[in-house]
Ligand binder design. Structure first.
Ligand SMILES: [Zn+2]
Length: 54
């Protein structure tokens, strides 16, 4: 079960071209933590700031 969760997280990160915030465009390179969130229209990524605003 744990292996499946790891695989799913890897699939999420590899399914997007850039790991950056959907709102502000900041990414890990800018020192932000990026979190994936599944919305009705698909998977979007948020930085630590904008994820808490959702
Ligand atoms: Zn952001």
């Amino acid at each position: 079960m744990q292996d499946m969760q790891i695989l799913r997280a890897h699939d999420v990160l590899s399914s997007v071209s850039k790991v950056e915030c959907y709102v502000c465009g900041k990414g890990i390179d800018d020192g932000h933590t990026i979190t994936a969130k599944t919305l009705p229209h698909g998977i979007v990524l948020f930085c630590d700031v904008h994820y808490s605003l959702q």
